[in-house]
Design a protein around this ligand. Structure first.
Ligand code: 26V
Length: 759
């Protein structure tokens, strides 16, 4: 095999560059390996099965693909050895790869983990999405604020394979062609490959000259320019609807074409196809597929029944602002052909249940996308046990009463191939050494590590592995941002989209508390480095104020010789999958501090635990399941529970949350007021800091002040325990041992068993 690979690589570098591989530069070798792995993956047949899954998602946050594909193809170590024999370094080659910018956060990364697991389990299932050219945005820090630039990740050489297929998408007054590009998804442990189908316009427009503003009415050129273009105006909102319809119309046509190629007729759709709708962005696939089926001769009744059995919906959030609703007038403008179908679906739903709370079209003629999914799909799932319970008991209660049989939970998972094996080779080696390699295909076997929880040698090895991961991260950070950190400090890590409910601002208040403590002469037992990674949606003003605060604290502390030996703050610029892969192995403490009831699941919490970080968190999302698995000794929890929080939002009972009551506590007021201290005002923008200060004490919609005092106390307690190195290493070990449950292979097996029935 090594011989074959060597010959193959030599052939490619000779053809492409007229050079032997050992004479190539990293860039040339990257292109050669891209060609080689794409070819090997593309040669693989699709898995066979009676029914095929199509996973529709606005986002696929794939991360770099070379390393992962080498792993899935089973040639990673051979290629590494081959290159080193040639005096080349695979890591340097991998640095050449740009990260695809096709996602934003948890929902998109989950879709990528799922594709990996579906392929690894040998199940027939493809992704369907859009090929955004400039991604979400590239984040830069200018004057301690976030600036957004286009993120052009597509190069002449990329993982995209032209599929040679186009589909017409009709937008009322005009028609556009959807051009299909495929990314091969090879399965680990088998010789099959699935596909990620990405649709694009025929003539994509150029990147904007400055920032991320562009002509949002130029649909023909800019439909696929950006993920989540600014929806602050009507043009932006319309563009989102154009994107969604383009994706699902082309996707539905592809499905029907493949169905026919497989030898089945449109009446066999539901027996042969299942469409998973990832949040509501792809919901228009329901009326669109009904439209296409009726055009192929099915009656309305028949088409509705096929689609109902062939669609399943996953809810990823209970935040009202993220539950999509579109004015019917928008759909009338973008895809008028859907309007009579949506009206008909609404009429039928009203016959089943006249309650206006479950209507698809409300009295203002606004379409509730999730409602359509629930009436006209076979399954509704939440993404962690607590989240699904909240959907059933509160957010979607009337729907649960109507269709109890449709509701089910699928606790999220992550692919341990990327999030342990690929990103943390030293920990992988340690695990293999003690329990063998079987955990890869049976992640539950990680529990065999528990046999070593009192083995001082193994615990020491764990600490050595963590320490070297921290050093490695420090090297990369210094190179990227010129910041030098102390690898012997506690790495306290909060990495996730920036949102008030995730409460990065509460973590910033902790930093302020520590700063003031140290200034008052109380130094902590161990030095601490608080590391943030987050992008704020460009139009989310409060999130940007929070980034500004964190960057100001970073500046203030790094130039203070009294404080900086004990406390540092770092915000990673342009946090993405690649940064996550570097940082997660190095994390000591995993910050999962959302306001209870608001974080549907979280998946970073799972990645961090698998790499031996100990969670400091509220009982929210999947943290609840983590706490149950690892036990109270091995997690730090705090904060008001979800029931209490839901009560505090309630108008009834006169107990509504009032930030000011909490602000006036002696442990809180000085922290909040520090936002307006001369120290911070001399670094930051007074307008921004004042706006945040005012919001925190007067509104604080996500209740940071409710939990901040307990948070500080429990965090200090966690940091004190960190000093007892052996006991801490035991916590790390238990967390790694219990992470098997959070393998996305387990999640996918459950989807297949309960919803998809693929084979
Ligand atoms: C909402 C919005 C609002 C306006 C700006 C653009 C935008 C883009 C996406 C969304 C929906 C976000 C949904 C989401 O990412 N949910 C996350 O899903 C994860 C996977 O299930 C889960 O772990 C996280 O808890 C949940 O926040």
């Amino acid at each position: 095999m090594t011989m074959d690979l060597r010959e193959h690589l030599e052939q490619i570098t000779h053809e492409r560059f007229g050079l032997a591989p050992d004479r190539c530069g990293s860039r040339q070798l990257y292109e050669a390996l891209l060609t080689l792995t794409s070819r090997l993956a593309a040669e693989r047949p699709a898995p066979a099965g009676g029914r095929k899954l199509y996973y529709f998602s606005a986002e696929f946050l794939m991360g770099k693909l070379l390393d992962n594909n080498l792993l899935a193809l089973g040639i990673r170590e051979q290629v590494r050895d081959l290159l080193s024999e040639m005096g080349q370094d695979l890591n340097a080659v991998e640095d050449q790869e740009p990260e695809p910018s096709l996602g934003n956060g948890g929902l998109g990364r989950l879709a990528a983990c799922f594709l990996d697991s579906i392929a690894a389990l040998g199940l027939p299932g493809d992704g369907v999405g859009l090929n955004y050219h400039y991604g979400l945005f590239h984040q830069k820090f200018v004057d301690n604020k976030q600036a957004e630039l286009p993120d052009p990740w597509l190069e002449k050489e990329s993982w995209l394979i032209p599929a040679g297929k186009t589909f017409p998408v009709s937008f009322g007054e005009r028609e556009l062609k959807a051009v299909l590009w495929d990314v091969a998804i090879p399965g680990a442990y088998n010789d099959k490959a699935n596909r990620l189908h990405l649709f694009d316009v025929e003539e994509p427009g150029d990147a904007p000259e400055k920032g991320i503003d562009f002509d949002k009415t130029d649909i023909a050129h800019h439909l696929t320019s950006f993920l989540y273009p600014d929806d602050g105006d009507e043009e932006g909102r319309l563009l989102r609807v154009y994107q969604q319809y383009f994706m699902v119309s082309a996707g539905a046509q592809l499905i029907l074409q493949e169905l026919e190629e497989r030898g089945y007729g449109p009446r066999e759709l539901a027996d042969r196809v299942i469409m998973q709708i990832n949040d509501t962005h792809p919901s228009m696939v329901i009326p669109e597929m009904i439209r296409l089926l009726t055009a192929r001769g099915l009656t309305m009744d028949e088409a509705v029944e096929q689609v109902r059995r062939a669609c399943a919906y996953t809810n990823h959030t209970i935040l009202a602002e993220a539950l999509e609703k579109w004015p019917l007038a928008f759909i009338e403008k973008v895809a008028p052909q859907l309007v009579p179908i949506i009206r008909e679906l609404d009429k039928r739903a009203r016959k089943v249940c006249p309650d206006p709370q479950v209507a698809i079209l409300d009295e203002k003629n606004v379409v509730h996308m999730a409602h359509m999914d629930i009436h006209y799909g076979c399954s509704v799932n939440g993404v962690a046990a607590l989240h699904t319970e909240i959907l059933k008991k509160a957010e979607l209660k009337p729907f649960y009463e109507l269709y109890p049989e449709k509701f089910n939970n699928k606790t999220n998972g992550v692919t341990l191939r990327r999030w342990l094996e690929a990103c943390n080779p030293a920990l992988t080696e340690l695990i293999d050494k003690h329990i063998g390699p079987g955990w890869r295909q049976e992640p539950g076997k990680l529990e065999d590590l528990l046999a070593y929880s009192n083995d001082g040698e193994v615990l020491k090895e764990l600490l050595v592995v963590k320490r070297s991961a921290k050093e490695r991260f420090c090297g990369m950070l210094e190179e990227a941002q010129g910041i030098r950190l102390n690898p012997d400090s506690i790495f306290d890590v909060q990495i996730k989209r920036l949102h008030e409910y995730k409460r990065q601002q509460m973590n910033a208040l902790y930093v302020i508390a520590k700063y003031l403590d140290i200034k008052a002469g109380n130094t902590p037992e161990s030095p601490v480095t608080v590391i943030f990674g987050a992008k704020a949606a460009p139009a989310y003003v409060m999130a940007k104020h929070i980034i500004h605060l964190i960057l100001c604290l970073q500046k203030l502390i790094e130039s203070d010789p009294e404080v900086s030996p004990w406390l540092r703050v770092v915000m990673l610029e342009n946090y993405n999958v690649t940064w996550a892969e570097r940082l997660i192995p190095a994390a000591d403490v995993s910050e999962q501090i959302s306001l209870a009831s608001k974080e549907a699941s979280g998946t970073g919490n799972m990645k961090l635990m698998a790499n031996g970080a100990v969670t400091l968190g509220t009982l929210d999302g999947a943290n609840v399941e983590i706490a149950q698995l690892v036990g109270p000794e091995n997690i730090f929890t705090f904060g008001k529970h979800s029931g209490r929080v839901i009560h505090l939002y309630d108008d009834k009972g006169g107990e509504r949350y009032r930030a000011l009551d909490y602000y006036h506590s002696p442990g809180v007021e000085p922290l909040v007021d520090f936002l307006l201290s001369p120290e911070l005002l001399s670094i930051g923008d007074p307008m921004s800091l004042t706006a945040l200060w005012r919001d925190m004490k007067g509104k604080d919609w996500f209740m940071a002040l409710l939990d901040v005092e307990e948070y500080i106390a429990v965090k200090d307690q966690a940091f004190r325990q960190y000093a007892g190195r052996e006991a801490w290493a035991r916590k790390m070990l238990v967390n790694i041992a219990k992470a098997g449950y959070f393998s996305s292979d387990r999640t996918i097996e459950q989807y297949n068993e309960d919803v998809w029935h693929l084979s």
